[in-house]
Ligand binder design. Structure first.
Ligand SMILES: CC(C)(COP(=O)(O)OP(=O)(O)OC[C@H]1O[C@@H](n2cnc3c(N)ncnc32)[C@H](O)[C@@H]1OP(=O)(O)O)[C@@H](O)C(=O)NCCC(=O)NCCS
Ligand SMILES: CC(=O)OP(=O)(O)O
Length: 328
């Protein structure tokens, strides 16, 4: 495949490391099939959460064999007491022990997140059947942001039909952002791009290019560009600019000549979640791009969300990308 760069790099990085990835949606057929593929490939150690009989039934319906894949039923797990204690400690008085036990038994995303937080798993992949908020809230509450990062955000790796490797942000988490927060997303997205072998050339997107429209929303993106440069003076970032100026050298020459970003951008920072989420889905559904993610950036440990529209291949690949985010 023309686009194998991103997947190949991540696969080589994780080879031999036996990263343990937990799947809270063990009874989702797409998740189950992807986890079994990983179990058989031996690159990743999958842990499925759910009721064993229910998962067995899905496996039979799908015509796949569970083999010796690890399955944990949170309601019966011997780890429950330990995880509840730790959960209550981390929530710092926000939840009682009774609350904690109820939440960890009822919601596999909380149980899976606690496995990651306590180091019993290295990362988590969920969201095939749960909406984003329910998937990521436990990680925001319990795993928390990395030192030096104020807000977790989400990126999509976009792999084009002609070998293009792009990154879109924030496609998943922050509904609106202030200019300083948008600047932080840009700086973090550049780092995430590098982790996955994508060139960190960052365009700050708007409906305006360098003042072509006079509006406070365009000025916010201009301000965010300035702040991103202050946060990382070495960052190749420019804006505000329209998507055509960011991606097309011909349009860039006309609208924004002499930019070292316009026409060459690989990392696209959208002004808000509406634009970013709609934008990536248009690229995916009309543009023939493969969309991998959302990958969360800024967390202490990797927890990643899937789109509910995902297929088995998306789950399989996001698992590899999640393992690639694990830090020893
Ligand atoms: C992510 C999201 C669910 C968080 O919303 P929420 O749970 O209502 O947020 P709250 O303000 O109650 O915060 C819950 C916790 O998460 C933390 N948090 C919220 N957003 C955060 C962020 N971007 N980064 C870091 N922490 C964050 C809060 O500090 C809080 O922690 P605490 O409980 O320890 O105090 C919400 O922003 C959302 O729905 N985003 C859009 C998701 C979506 O639909 N995306 C499109 C599909 S991908
Ligand atoms: C990433 C995303 O948009 O998720 P979903 O399609 O599940 O809302």
């Amino acid at each position: 495949m023309a686009n194998d760069g991103v997947m190949e790099l991540a696969t080589e990085n994780i080879r031999g490391k036996n990263r343990k990835i937990v799947f809270p949606e063990g009874n989702d057929s797409r998740v189950l099939r992807a986890a079994i593929r990983h179990q058989n490939d031996g690159l990743i150690v999958p842990i499925l959460l759910g009721d064993k009989e229910e998962i067995q039934k899905v496996a039979e319906e799908e015509g796949v064999k569970l083999g010796d894949i690890q399955i944990i039923n949170p309601r019966e797990s011997e780890l429950l007491d330990e995880l509840v204690d730790k959960y209550v400690e981390l929530r710092k008085g926000k939840n009682t022990r009774e609350d904690g036990e109820y939440i960890l038994k009822k919601d596999n995303n909380y149980f899976g997140t606690m496995l990651v937080q306590t180091g019993k798993a290295d990362g988590m992949v969920s969201g095939a059947s749960n909406p984003t908020g329910d998937t990521v809230r436990p990680a925001l509450q319990l795993i928390k942001t990395r030192k030096g990062v104020n807000r977790v955000s989400g990126v999509m790796i976009m792999l084009g039909p002609n070998g293009e490797k792009l990154l879109f942000a924030d496609t998943a988490i922050n509904i609106t952002l202030q200019s300083n927060e948008l600047a932080e997303v840009a700086v973090e997205a550049a780092k995430t791009a590098e982790e996955f072998g994508i060139e960190p050339i960052v365009a700050m997107l708007s409906f305006s290019t360098k003042g072509s429209a006079k509006h406070e929303l365009a000025r916010k993106v201009e301000e965010a560009t300035k702040l991103a440069k202050e946060m990382d003076p070495n960052l190749k970032v420019d804006g505000e600019m329209q998507f055509d100026a960011a991606i097309s050298p011909q349009v860039a020459r006309k609208k924004i000549p002499n930019s070292d970003v316009a026409g060459k951008a690989k990392v696209f920072i959208f002004p808000d979640l509406q634009a970013a989420n709609i934008g990536y889905k248009i690229g995916q559904r009309l543009g023939g791009y493969e969309a991998l993610g959302p990958i969360l950036q800024g967390l202490n440990k990797p927890v990643n969300d899937l789109s509910r529209g995902c297929n088995e291949e998306d789950v399989y690949k996001l698992t590899i990308l999640t393992a690639n985010q694990v830090r020893d």
